[in-house]
Ligand binder design. Sequence first.
Ligand code: SF4
Ligand code: FES
Length: 211
Amino acid sequence: MNQISLTIDGKRIQCEEGLTILEAARSQGIDIPTICYHESLTPPGLCRQCVVEVKGARVLLPSCITEVKDGMVVETSSPRVMRARRTILEMLSASADLSEAPDLKKQIDTLQAQTERFKPKVPNIQEPLIDNPFYIRDYGKCILCGKCVQVCSEEVQLSYALTVAGRGFDSRIATFYNRPLPETSCVFCGNCIEVCPTGALKPRKEFENEI
Ligand code: SF4
Ligand code: FES
């Protein structure tokens, strides 16, 4: 692989062509927060929490899917970047219960996001789905990162029990035809629980110990 050089946060670095900005930054110990990214899965580029400012680019770019280029000049924590990340956290706080999302709570604290800023007047309360002996699905905590669907499909388990249903505001994680999990191709491998960042999917035992 060819080596290229670029500047990240004022530091001139060399790295392999083909890396993403996120990978190049992390290789230098520069932390960029992520939400939908998982190092073992294909980055879907959904959440935009990893955005950075690239000199000459019209908009902020998601670092998890943007490849480095020779001569690039990147700012990972400019005021514009921090404002964008803060707003994303504020909007997520309005759409889901983040009380069991430790990484997101840490990011909220770090960026001093105002979690009440976009809070709806009528809270979006959803009862957890309990349709099998092993897992509960508490979609009031779901931020639609898509990781559960990724691990359930060709990226890991090949079960295809979960999918994204609906479009736009109506998008949600569901089983095909909304069937109860035992009536789907789910093999209860636990991979979806492992990658869920918000506690929307969790072992039933853990849930029962909480109530
Ligand atoms: S259930 Fe969890 S892993 Fe699946 S999309 Fe929602 S937050 Fe992401
Ligand atoms: S972490 Fe890059 S878009 Fe979600």
